[in-house]
Design a protein around this ligand. Structure first.
Ligand code: ZN
Ligand code: ZN
Length: 250
């Protein structure tokens, strides 16, 4: 499977990175819709586009307004936007308010609240609530035929529970956010984000085959924004720092 990193920071873009957005072209699945959405059109290979929203914060949704251009350049037959009802309602009411964005999007809005499991293209998807202001969800995407699993866990404080460890157990790719270094761990807890050592703990519990560190702090412009060696020394799988326009195979 291929995963394209279209936007890899939280909060706001910087000179190197756009806000959160990842694409799985083989299944037409977009994970969140931050400003990185403008990179999507040439990668679309399917008749359908399905967007999984972790929550409604702007760094994950503002790119929904870019879809008009994306779908003009690469038309699809169906476009669906999946998420919790209160988040979808907020996006429709506020982001797509006439005074904010005066055009309507030809998309179906799909509420996941009462769905234990749902199918999109060749995948089966489940979700779990996460600790984050207003709440967010983590998604597990499974490709039964290829026997591949991906866990997308962004905007959380690092779930080290038994339930999470079981749910994500030995997935092929774990995408875990890391907004802060350990020196800002207290601030991370207050703002509902994760920090370096906590990412290592989450990965130690889940045992992914590959770990992709995402949702970087946009104020960090150096090559190693999260002290990656702390994580690498704690886990036995490859650890990759997400970069815009990087393609990951798993
Ligand atoms: Zn975010
Ligand atoms: Zn958030």
């Amino acid at each position: 499977m291929q995963l394209h990193c279209l936007g890899t920071v939280g909060y706001h873009p910087n000179a190197q990175r756009h806000t959160s957005c990842y694409f799985l072209p083989e299944s037409g699945l977009l994970l969140d819709a931050g400003t990185g959405v403008f990179r999507l059109a040439p990668l679309i290979q399917t008749d359908s586009l399905d967007v999984l929203l972790s929550h409604a914060h702007l760094d994950h949704t503002c790119g929904l307004t870019f879809l008009l251009d994306v779908l003009f350049e690469s038309p699809v037959k169906t476009c669906r936007i999946w998420g919790e009802k209160d988040k979808l309602d907020a996006v429709r009411k506020h982001l797509f308010n006439d005074l904010i964005f005066p055009a309507s999007l030809n998309a179906e809005w799909m509420e996941i609240d009462s769905l234990d499991e749902f199918q999109i293209a060749d995948t089966t998807i489940t979700h779990r609530p996460q600790d984050h202001p207003g709440g967010s969800v983590a998604y597990r995407v499974e490709w039964p035929k290829q026997q591949k699993q991906l866990v997308y866990a962004t905007d959380n404080t690092g779930d080290t529970s038994d339930e999470m460890a079981q749910w994500g157990h030995e997935c092929d790719l774990l995408m875990q956010e890391c907004y802060f270094r350990d020196s800002s761990a207290e601030w991370a807890k207050k703002t509902g984000h994760c920090w370096t050592s906590r990412v290592a703990e989450v990965a130690q519990r889940i045992h992914p085959k590959k770990l992709l560190v995402t949702h970087i702090n946009p104020l960090e412009l150096c090559d190693d924004p999260v002290d990656l060696d702390v994580i690498r020394n704690a886990v036995d799988c490859p650890v990759v720092l997400a970069e815009d326009e990087m393609m990951i195979e798993f």
